[in-house]
Design a protein around this ligand. Structure first.
Ligand code: UDP
Length: 247
């Protein structure tokens, strides 16, 4: 694990992440650690406590997290949340059952159809759209409880999905919890992911802003997070200097 802005970041491969999650003994929350999600955590004590607890695994989802860690001298590879989500779907078998919560009704129905077609092995326990009031959603909590899924994927955007998971993680019977942002939109093919060459050039964030200019407002959080990382790198450099002067 590597440390960034107080968070422990997972530093294995995507297959190692799948392994860790599938073999976890206790409940586990997979946090897609992109700058926006981690920034939201820094300003919300409720989710911050969950992100930094033993129940969470934070994956380095984005160049805005990977680059600062590399500047701290760590060798780390990006794991995109959507890639881990797809890998988990690939690795599930009939004994796992899945609940999908999030996106609009229209997107969710296409998504479920696509999942049924592509992942014949997946046992879908239930699903519900994500336009809900997470403070007053007993009917959904009861639906999830009655269906006893082992895994729940929550696609309601950040921080709503992380607040939902933090709030209900203990109460729900699921073992694996993951917030997957706009992944249902991508898998339902109602939104296109960036072409591979853009993803590989670490410019997916720019592609998303150009496609949806309203995202620029949200991008401010990424910039703020980068400033926090610079401060973190500076502090750890100073600490490193102190240690080397004292040895
Ligand atoms: N969404 C939702 N409930 C809400 C707000 C958003 O279910 O109250 C869904 C939205 O329809 C979309 C997803 O959450 O499917 C968020 O997508 P976004 O692109 O914002 O997430 P990102 O991938 O950027 O984290």
């Amino acid at each position: 694990m590597y440390f960034l802005c107080g968070y422990r970041i997972f530093n294995g491969t995507i297959d190692e992440a799948v392994n860790k999650v599938m073999n976890a003994n206790d409940k586990i929350h997979i946090v897609s650690g992109n700058p926006e999600v981690l920034y939201n955590g820094l300003y919300n004590k409720f989710i911050y406590n969950n992100f930094t607890s033993k129940s969470s695994i934070i994956i380095p989802d984005g160049i805005g997290v990977v680059k600062p860690l590399r500047l701290k001298g760590h060798d780390i590879q990006k794991i995109a949340g959507i890639d881990l989500f797809i890998k988990l779907l690939d690795n599930l078998d009939k004994k796992d059952s899945v609940y999908f919560l999030g996106a609009s009704d229209e997107v969710l129905n296409i998504f479920i159809k696509n999942v049924r077609k592509k992942y014949k092995n997946i046992n879908i326990a239930g699903y519900h759209h994500g336009y809900i009031d997470i403070e007053n959603c007993d009917y959904i909590i009861n639906d999830i409880k009655s269906k006893q899924p082992t895994i729940i994927f929550v696609a309601m955007g950040s921080p709503k999905q992380e607040i939902f998971i933090t709030k209900y993680m203990n109460e729900l019977p699921c073992k694996i919890f993951m917030g997957v942002g706009g992944s249902f939109d991508v898998i339902s093919e109602t939104t296109k992911r960036a072409p591979l060459w853009i993803i590989n050039s670490n410019l997916e964030w720019l592609y998303r802003i150009l496609k949806e200019p309203v995202r620029i407002k949200r991008f401010k959080k990424n910039i703020n997070f980068i400033f926090m990382c610079i401060k973190d790198i500076y502090i750890s450099n100073i600490r490193g200097l102190h240690l080397s002067n004292n040895t």
